[in-house]
Design a binder for this molecule. Structure first.
Ligand SMILES: Cc1cc2nc3c(=O)[nH]c(=O)nc-3n(C[C@H](O)[C@H](O)[C@H](O)COP(=O)(O)OP(=O)(O)OC[C@H]3O[C@@H](n4cnc5c(N)ncnc54)[C@H](O)[C@@H]3O)c2cc1C
Length: 293
């Protein structure tokens, strides 16, 4: 199938893109890498009247580290994140996660801004943003909004972005020096969207978690920063403690049914990932063996 007829405008600056969005609002769509927008248009799931191509706006591309904050421009491509020494040094969870997004051809075009604005609940980057405590920066008519990642994702393909706003950047606190991370996803084949995934960051002291952030994806209509992580912090983890955390996680999940998995399978896989994560970060093989049995 081919997309419905549409008009095309190449934005010459962020201000120009915002002018076009102000005039055309919901009738327009921003084009970044086109890896989600164009398939949706070709399938006629959406039929915008105007495409605003922001691909030439170099000011929206790149990674900068300053004062303990990593700023990533919205047009930074997945491949740039994968190869960025700044990301590898200060948010290594992201380097690992991006390698699981699709295939090289898609990573060469797809952008972080497009992925976050698209808000597929099975995407890796939205969950990473929750885990890493990101702030998403959007520009709209006459003002900037800084939205915590925890407030940004509102449902399947739904976000806090308004039709006249442009996502311009993401800010991440530099990961603490003594932090460690875990990333894993279950997918039918490498590069497929995840059936269930977990992006975690932790600080471990003397065999206990001093901090633990668990960002699950493909477990509901949006990524989940699991509150059940709190059950595992500042305690010695016994099988009883772990089992309580699993029950708390189960209550937080609201998995969907699709061609890939039933809700029951997703619940099971989320707990298997939790076991692998805790066991790997604390170097406790006993927890993995006990919990996933
Ligand atoms: C075969 C295939 C497999 C894929 N597998 C995965 C996967 O495993 N994991 C994964 O996470 N993704 C996957 N993707 C999606 C890919 O990562 C996309 O690149 C990403 O979701 C969207 O980024 P984009 O830059 O291409 O955005 P676009 O397709 O250009 O835009 C996506 C949406 O976001 C809006 N938008 C884009 N940029 C902005 C902005 N700056 N401000 C406001 N709105 C904006 C657009 O209007 C559109 O609605 C896959 C895609 C394909 C085709």
């Amino acid at each position: 199938m081919k997309a419905s007829a549409f008009a095309y405008a190449r934005a010459t600056s962020v201000a120009n893109a915002l002018e076009l969005l102000t005039v055309h609002g919901e009738r327009a769509k921003v084009l970044s890498g086109g890896q989600s927008l164009l398939p949706a248009m070709n399938l006629r799931l959406i039929a915008p009247e105007l495409i605003i191509d922001i691909g030439d706006l170099a000011e929206l591309r790149g990674v900068v580290v300053k004062g303990g904050v990593l700023t990533i421009g919205a047009l930074t491509r997945h491949v740039d994140l994968l190869k960025s020494p700044e990301i590898a040094a200060h948010a290594s969870l992201l380097t690992d996660a991006v390698a699981h997004i699709a295939h090289p051809a898609i990573r060469n075009r797809g952008t972080i801004g497009g992925s976050l604005a698209h808000a597929d609940p099975a995407s890796e980057l939205p969950a990473c943003m929750l885990t890493l405590g990101a702030t998403i920066i959007v520009h709209g008519p006459g003002r900037e909004r800084r939205i915590a990642a925890s407030e940004f994702f509102a449902g399947i393909y739904e976000t806090a972005l308004r039709p006249q706003e442009l996502l311009v950047a993401v800010e991440l606190p530099v990961s603490p020096k003594n932090s460690t991370y875990f990333f894993h996803e279950f997918a039918r084949r490498h590069g497929d969207y995840a059936i269930v995934g977990l992006a975690a960051q932790a600080v471990v002291n003397d065999g206990r978690f001093a901090d633990l952030r668990l960002g699950f994806f493909a477990v509901g209509d949006r990524p989940l920063l699991a509150g059940s992580a709190g059950k595992l912090v500042n305690v010695t983890i016994t099988s009883a403690v772990f089992s309580e955390a699993c029950s708390a996680l189960d209550e937080e999940l609201d998995p969907l049914e699709d061609q890939q998995a039933t809700p029951a399978m997703r619940r099971h896989l989320a707990k298997v990932l939790l076991a692998r994560c805790v066991s790997s970060l604390l170097d406790r093989p006993d927890l993995h063996a006990g919990a996933s049995a």
